[in-house]
Structure formats: structure tokens, C-alpha cells
Design a protein around this ligand. Structure first.
Ligand code: ATP
Ligand code: MG
Length: 406
């Protein structure tokens, strides 16, 4: 096993410093291109701690560090150091280089990679002249920063301050962490701007005010208000809130539960004619049963609309919408939560057995599913409606499962 943070074997290492809030493909391209051009054996990404020149939020330190690990994990020449994150008090580059120096052989060259904007600020860092004597710098081009000016800055630093700064033109990526944060906050995609695991991480933890879906709930609400009747909208919000309560009870993702709840009836208030046209538009197959029982169409159509018109990509959310009326066997936890939340949300008009199911929902969700399926099927049989085979299969499945439990 290779040891971490041991640089004795290396002749050339580089530090890639930054707040990495979050790390993006611009950072990775800069590090990789410098690595190859300068024959560097190891690039050490060092997320800043409490930088003196930049306000940092300690809450985000761990997230920034972990995202940097995720982004660099696949590159055998990259590693990440906690050196600055873990340093008490203010953190300065000169201390970092000093610490690294102790871990290297005397003849090891240490490089520091910076973008065009950062090199501009270098003279404001702590002990700039000493720092410039301790390591080499590579200043890479960055869109939005003038190349000629960058070269002039480098010249000044090298002549006036005896620096060792090199210029390197790299493929232009007009990406910044600020832009990534702004995009996430308004629900814009960051795919191909940050590495995939970083994207998932940001969405998973709701960093930067983001949501697991492409659209923020405010936008979803606005759109729903336009296509649902007031009564249906109220029901929808009730389901979303009940779904969150159930998600908390069973340890499911509350954000997903909220969104699936909000969207479960998004196709409900279109006329039959509109529903058929939308099914054609979005390739939702209409089988015989759906033709005879048009009320069932809204679930499957709703799933397609959630994808196409509300930007939902999460398959679990899509399935929870698709099967919220019929149910199906072996539902995921989220599917069961939406199925039940729809049944018991606080605005539901009272019916026989409602209170019992409300209680059961929080004791044993599988039993609540069986109970609801039984009730729904019974109700529809009385009304002489066709029962969808998915519901019959589901009832059988949960009945067997629950019997086995006892
Ligand atoms: P913020 O917008 O929060 O300032 P940032 O995108 O500038 O974030 P930092 O973590 O501040 O990222 O940058 C770390 C280092 O990477 C800096 O030296 C910066 O100049 C360089 N850098 C960042 N993005 C790019 C890019 N797209 N191209 C080249 N260099 C970059
Ligand atoms: Mg910056």
C-alpha cells in the first residue's frame, strides 16, 4: 500500500491550491496540463483553510475537502491534503510550502499552480518575497483574464521580486466556482462543468441552495398553480408534506419525497382530450385498461410530464409518480411513501378506515399499503370499474409478505 503525504521519492511535486468551493473541471484541467508539461510526479490539491484573503465558511470545509477527494480519486498522480483545512487559526501558503519542504528531499522542486487571477494577488499574500524564493510558480491562462497582462505581471514578479514564475497557456474553460454555485442555486445544470461525483455530492447534500431536481420547488409550485385546480393544488401540498413526514419516519430522502409528492398529480387536471394528446406527445402507451379507465392515465402521464416538463431525472421519483394510483408489487420505499401519503394526507375527506390507516402508516408501511390496496380495490369493484392488474398483483404481493411477517 502506498503511503500518503510522503514525498521523499519525488523530484517534482506541485501544489494546486484553491478554495474548491466546489472543485470544477477548470481546476482539474489546469492541474493535469501543468503536471504533464512540467514532468510533475504528484499534484497535491490543498483546499484552503481559513484563508486570510478570502472569507471562508468553516461549515463547508469538510464538504470542500470531500468533493476534492471525489474529483481527484481516479487520477493516480493526484492527491488531496487536509493540511490547511486542519490548521488552527489563519492559514498561509508560506506555512504550507514550509511544511511540504520538510517532507521532501532537498533537491525536490516544489511548484505552485495558480490561475491568472490568483497570480495577480500573490504580492498581497504573507511574505511574498520569501514565498517566491521557496517554490516555483506556474501561472496558467484563464478566460476573462488578459494574457498580455498576465505575462507582464509575471515579468514584474520575476525581475522585481526575483520570482520563479512560469507562464502556461492551457485549454480555456470558462468555469468558476462562483458560477457553479450560482447555477446550482437556480437549478441550472452543472453536468460536464464539475466531475459527475461532485455533481451528485452537491445535489445529495443540497449544497449551495440546490435541490435534487433540475427545477427548484418554487418553480414547480408556480407551474402547478397554473395547471391544477385550487382544490387539487391543496391536496398536492398535503401529499408533499405527509410524504416528508413519512420519509423522516422511515429514513427516506425527504427532498425526493417532497418533490414526488408535489408532482404526483401534475397531469390530473387536464381534460381527457388533452391527456390523450400529451400521451401521444410524450410516448405514454395507452393500453385498453387506460382507455376504459381514463382516471388511471394521469399517473403514467404525470411521470412523463415530470421528466419532460419539470426536469426531474431521478428514476425513483418518476416511478413514485407513475405508480401512485395503481401501486405495484415490490415498490421502493419512496413509491410506498407517495402511495400512502396520497391516501392519508390531512386534507382527505373522511372515509371509513381513514384514521386506522393513518395510524398504521407510521407503524408498518407495508401493512398500510396492503390495507389501502384492499380498500381501493373494494371501492372500485363496487363502482363496477376495471381493476388494473398492477393493483391485483400488488395486493397479492403485500398480502403474502405481511402474512409471512406474522
Ligand atoms: P471562486 O469563483 O469561488 O473564486 P474559482 O473558480 O476561482 O472559485 P478557486 O478555488 O478560487 O476557484 O481557484 C483555485 C485556483 O484555480 C486559482 O489559482 C484559480 O486561478 C485557478 N482556476 C480556477 N478556475 C480556473 C479555470 N477555469 N481555468 C484556469 N484556472 C482556474
Ligand atoms: Mg477564485
Amino acid at each position: 500500500m502506498k503511503e500518503l503525504a510522503q514525498y521523499k521519492d519525488y523530484k517534482r511535486i506541485a501544489v494546486m491550491g484553491g478554495s474548491f468551493n466546489p472543485i470544477h473541471n477548470g481546476h482539474l484541467v489546469a492541474a493535469e496540463v501543468v503536471r504533464q508539461e512540467f514532468g510533475i510526479e504528484r499534484v497535491i490539491f490543498i483546499p484552503t483553510g481559513n484563508a486570510s484573503h478570502k472569507k471562508s465558511d468553516p461549515m463547508y470545509n469538510e464538504h470542500r475537502y470531500l468533493m476534492t477527494v471525489l474529483a481527484t480519486a481516479a487520477n493516480p498522480n493526484f492527491e488531496v491534503s487536509r493540511m490547511e483545512i486542519d490548521r488552527a487559526g489563519k492559514s498561509y501558503t508560506i506555512d504550507t510550502i514550509g511544511e511540504l519542504r520538510k517532507q521532501c528531499d532537498d533537491d525536490c522542486e516544489i511548484y505552485f499552480i495558480t490561475g491568472a487571477d490568483a497570480i495577480d494577488e500573490i504580492l498581497t499574500w504573507k511574505d511574498p518575497e520569501k514565498l517566491l524564493s521557496m517554490c516555483r510558480f506556474v501561472a496558467v491562462t484563464r478566460p476573462g483574464y488578459d494574457k498580455t497582462r498576465l505575462k507582464a505581471t509575471i515579468d514584474t514578479i520575476n525581475t522585481k521580486y526575483k520570482g520563479n514564475v512560469e507562464f502556461l497557456e492551457i485549454p480555456a474553460l470558462s468555469i468558476s466556482s462562483t458560477d457553479v454555485r450560482n447555477r446550482v442555486a437556480v437549478g441550472k445544470t452543472i453536468k460536464y462543468i464539475v466531475p459527475e461525483p461532485v455533481e451528485s455530492y452537491i445535489l445529495k447534500f443540497g449544497l449551495y441552495g440546490g435541490r435534487p431536481s433540475a427545477l427548484k420547488t418554487d418553480d414547480i409550485n408556480k407551474k402547478l398553480l397554473a395547471v391544477l385546480t385550487p382544490k387539487r393544488f391543496k391536496h398536492t401540498r398535503g401529499v408533499a408534506q405527509e410524504a416528508v413526514r413519512l420519509a423522516k419516519r422511515y429514513g427516506a430522502d425527504t427532498e425526493k419525497a417532497y418533490i414526488a409528492g408535489l408532482l404526483h398529480d401534475c397531469a390530473k387536471c387536464y381534460t381527457d382530450k388533452e391527456k390523450i394528446a400529451l400521451c401521444e406527445k410524450y410516448n405514454v402507451p395507452l393500453d385498453d385498461i387506460l382507455f376504459k379507465q381514463p382516471d388511471l392515465v394521469h399517473s403514467f402521464l404525470g411521470a412523463a410530464l415530470a421528466k419532460a416538463e419539470y426536469g426531474i431525472e431521478d428514476e425513483d421519483i418518476i416511478n413514485a409518480i407513475a405508480y401512485h394510483t395503481t401501486g405495484r408489487k415490490d415498490m421502493s420505499l419512496l413509491e410506498k411513501i407517495i402511495y400512502i401519503a396520497d391516501y392519508i394526507e390531512p386534507n382527505r375527506e373522511a372515509f371509513d378506515g381513514l384514521e386506522e390507516i393513518r395510524k398504521l402508516a407510521y407503524e408498518d408501511i407495508d401493512k398500510a399499503v396492503e390495507f389501502s390496496l384492499e380498500n381501493t380495490i373494494g371501492y372500485n369493484v363496487n363502482k363496477k370499474r376495471i381493476i388494473h392488474p398492477l393493483s391485483m398483483e400488488a395486493l397479492e404481493y403485500y398480502r403474502e409478505g405481511n402474512n409471512e411477517k406474522q
